[in-house]
Design a protein around this ligand. Structure first.
Ligand code: AMP
Ligand code: MG
Length: 362
């Protein structure tokens, strides 16, 4: 299949380009489009055959449900009979935006879209092209991230092309995304509501709106490996670069010293080593490839660069990647959740007393 790569300026959307994309959606086809979080691979959410095509194009396991993207609040009522007071409060506070709610699904929502579940994930994206495509097609869009299953989510249209060229009919290129990590997912069918995936909208922000504490899936940061995550997608090894990735935590100078020692060891065996560093510490490393993820003072930039950087490491053909930890930031939980998954939970904690670094699987 030929993939049309269509560049659209999000601030001056040419109607005929959007119309061509909308026509594909209406005819049950797939279109990749930008949202503010990552690029999505969209299909008519109420059309079972169209939703199935998403799984085929991505190589996605069929039990991993899709998020339905809506354009207006009244669309929520087309997906669920139970729009609770809390759902309305959260929608008012965070939509359009990087926030997904899980609610009970209506019979009309096909199991192909929900991965066989009786619940449905819903989000209103905050991006003119995403909203334009929903409006023009008149369809709500089932859309997971537009990457091959297991690859880092795409934050630029070129990433989508790299993964899905020849597998989908159209990619809308609206430039680099603004946020760079996927939406926060809150399950409203749990009491109290439960965060299934951390994101730009934090637990504190949700609690401020609801006025009470919400819970978190115990598996988010690898705390309880005996449990299965509630969001089926979180159980898969996601966001994975080709090379082995190890996170190194500790005081900045200890981390630099440890990573340099590990680098020397690996290089002695002829391995190519990559390092993911903050802007402040990047000069201290001796690895083959050192990529700065951004200044620690600019956590939005860190989130925005994360997936692009994991893809760059793949291109550099490194054998092992050491990454600093970014846990202390406001959206640090969301960033670390992705990095931990990419690392298969390999974390090395450097203790203050030297020589006590331990290699732990958490
Ligand atoms: P993606 O769109 O690629 O970011 O993936 C969507 C994420 O939402 C996956 O981790 C899914 O498992 C999760 N998800 C979607 N629908 C549901 C649902 N009904 N219940 C729980 N998790 C869901
Ligand atoms: Mg995804």
């Amino acid at each position: 299949m030929e993939t049309r790569f269509v560049t659209i300026d999000p601030h001056h959307i040419e109607e005929e380009k959007l119309q061509a994309a909308a026509d594909l959606i209406v005819s049950g086809e797939l279109v990749a489009f930008p949202t503010e979080t990552v690029y999505g691979l969209g299909a008519d959410a109420l059309c079972p055959k169209a939703a199935q095509k998403i799984y085929a194009a991505k190589g996605r396991p069929s039990d991993n449900p899709l998020i339905v993207h809506i354009g207006k609040l009244s669309d929520l009522e087309r997906l669920t009979d139970e729009v609770s007071q809390q759902a309305r409060q959260l929608a008012k506070a965070f939509w359009p935006g990087p926030f997904t709610m899980i609610v009970k699904k209506k019979a009309e929502v096909p199991y192909e879209t929900t991965g066989g579940m009786d619940t449905v994930a819903v989000r209103m994206p905050n991006h003119p092209i995403a909203l334009g495509l929903i409006k023009k097609s008149g369809c709500m869009l089932a859309a997971p991230s537009a990457n091959l299953s297991g690859k880092p989510s795409p934050t630029e249209a070129s990433h989508v092309f790299f993964d899905l060229a020849g597998r989908i009919p159209m990619i809308l290129d609206g430039g680099m995304v603004g946020i760079g990590i996927e939406s926060t997912i809150l399950d409203l069918t749990e009491e109290p509501p439960m965060i299934l995936r951390p994101g730009y909208i934090t637990k504190e922000m949700i609690e401020d709106v609801l006025g009470y504490e919400v819970s978190e899936d115990a598996t988010l940061m690898g705390e309880d490996s005996s449990k299965k995550p509630k969001a089926p997608g979180m159980k898969y090894r996601h966001y994975a670069p080709k090379a082995e990735l190890v996170l190194v935590e500790g005081e900045p100078e200890d981390v630099v010293e440890k990573i340099n020692a590990l680098t020397t060891e690996k290089q002695a065996f002829g391995k190519r080593v990559g390092v993911i560093a903050g802007e402040e510490t990047k000069e201290g490393y001796r690895a083959d490839v050192v990529i700065s993820i951004g200044a620690r003072t600019d956590e939005d930039a860190i989130a925005r660069h994360l997936y692009k950087l994991l893809r760059e490491m793949d291109e550099q053909d490194v054998d092992v990647i050491y990454s600093e930890s970014f846990a202390s930031l406001r959206i640090g939980q969301a960033i670390m959740n992705r990095l931990l998954k990419a690392a298969g939970h390999q974390v090395m904690h450097i203790k203050k007393e030297k020589d006590e670094g331990s290699n732990e699987r958490i």
